[in-house]
Design a protein around this ligand. Structure first.
Ligand code: PMV
Length: 330
């Protein structure tokens, strides 16, 4: 099945004549149990399920309007050049949703997180675009369908359709219709995510390339699905029982296992900078000293901290540059 066939199956009965404009916001998300590796490259179907936390007000705001002659993409107040992969990815995605060959769009998108720095801006970007398209066309789709459409842009985008904890079910169907994200109902008001941004430039190896190379060449990768199955259960039970140490330990171990597969891929992929490793050592030391603090990392050098509200001031002292997010703040 192609992406276009999936889109047609979802919006077939729905309106394709757009209104004047659609506007939407989607949060970035950080996986506590990661997605790494695809079972279908073109539909972004994952080898495993995964579970994330959305970053509340940190994410992407997108407006989409109809245009006369060509597609224009504006990112953070700058017109994006047509020869960039960013522009081409958005246009290829928009191709799936045009009413006819002469319909064009202007997409104005603003990230309040660094683009392509391992902070999942492509996730919030594609989720916001799908939510904005849903507004533009008046489809009134539900979360499940919206998450499937967002997944066609970037896998982890399916989780950014929702706030709070989100589980992405891997599914087993070839067409991916059972591969969608759904909210986990529990909240955890005391939970905080710290973001330590060490690098804001684009990463040298995209997550798409990184996953491909890992699945193709890493001998350790065959252990990954079992590791995820175990970690997913532990993360879910930690959330249910508000067991912070279990949550932190599982998320940290899961991230390190994912990086172990990347590192043992050939040619090796090491997203860490010396500064990333220095932050990890500092966290391990602080934990030995009794602080409840854990970390997770994605396909980039930045480090995300897991902590509780009552340690916020202490953590800010130890990491002066940290941005602390309250995912469940009202
Ligand atoms: O959805 P992508 O292609 O940006 O891949 C995301 C991969 C990780 O961020 C490393 C893990 C995850 O589950 O978000």
């Amino acid at each position: 099945m192609t992406k276009q066939e999936v889109v047609n199956a979802i919006i077939r009965k729905l309106q394709r004549q757009p209104a004047t404009r659609g506007v939407a916001f989607a949060p970035a998300n950080i996986a506590l149990c990661k997605y790494w590796g695809k079972r279908n490259e073109s539909l972004n179907l994952p080898v495993t399920s995964s579970l994330s936390i959305s970053l509340a007000q940190l994410g992407t705001q997108t407006e989409i309007v109809l245009a006369d002659r060509e597609d224009t993409v504006v990112l953070n107040d700058n017109i994006v050049k047509k020869d960039t992969s960013f522009y081409q990815q958005i246009v290829a995605f928009l191709d799936l949703f045009r009413a006819d060959n002469d319909s064009y769009f202007t997409v104005v998108t603003t990230n309040n997180i660094p683009t392509a720095a391992g902070l999942a801006s492509s996730a919030s970007g594609f989720a916001a675009l799908v939510l904005a398209l849903n507004e533009l066309y008046g489809w009134q789709l539900q979360g499940r369908e919206l998450s499937i459409l967002a997944r066609l842009g970037s896998g982890s985008a399916c989780r950014s359709i929702y706030h709070g904890f989100v589980e992405w079910h891997r599914g087993t169907a070839d067409d991916g219709m059972d591969c969608y994200a759904a909210p986990v109902p529990d909240t955890w008001p005391e939970l905080r995510i710290g973001v330590i941004t060490l690098e804001t430039g684009a990463k040298p190896v995209s997550s798409r390339q990184g996953m491909q190379r890992t699945v193709a060449t890493c001998r350790l990768y065959k252990c990954w699905p079992d590791k995820v199955a175990e970690d997913l259960e532990n993360v879910k039970s930690a959330i249910t029982h508000k067991n912070f140490d279990q949550l932190g330990q599982t998320a940290e171990s899961n991230a390190l296992a994912m990086h172990a597969t990347m590192i043992s891929t050939w040619p090796p992929i090491v997203y860490w900078l010396p500064e990333s490793l220095a932050v990890m050592h500092k966290i391990w030391q602080l934990r030995q000293d009794g602080l409840q603090i854990y970390f997770t990392m994605d396909a980039g050098p930045n480090v995300k901290l897991l902590l509780l509200e009552h340690d916020q001031a202490l953590v800010k002292n130890f990491f002066p540059g940290v941005a602390i997010i309250a995912p469940f703040a009202t």
